[in-house]
Design a protein. Sequence first.
Length: 95
Amino acid sequence: MFCFPTDENNPKGVCQMDLLQRISVDQNICHGKACIKGTRIPVSVILDNLAEGMSYAEVLASYPSLKKEDLKAALAYAALIAREERYISIIREGE
């Protein structure tokens, strides 16, 4: 289990399992895609924004209902998925 380090907003640190409780998968919300609990904001949208170079502050400004812990939860979820046994090729054959 991974724990994020402590900081001024989180003096005890936050563990991955705690963060994953912020993620919800419900077939009736966003077609069953992983979302931040209580929102219709898919984890993939948060990850796309961070991958494009947006800072936490920029993502939070774009989605005011989110908290910093929600962004950390999205990253924790991505880390969990990346540890799965099956991988998707991102390079097409012949390229």
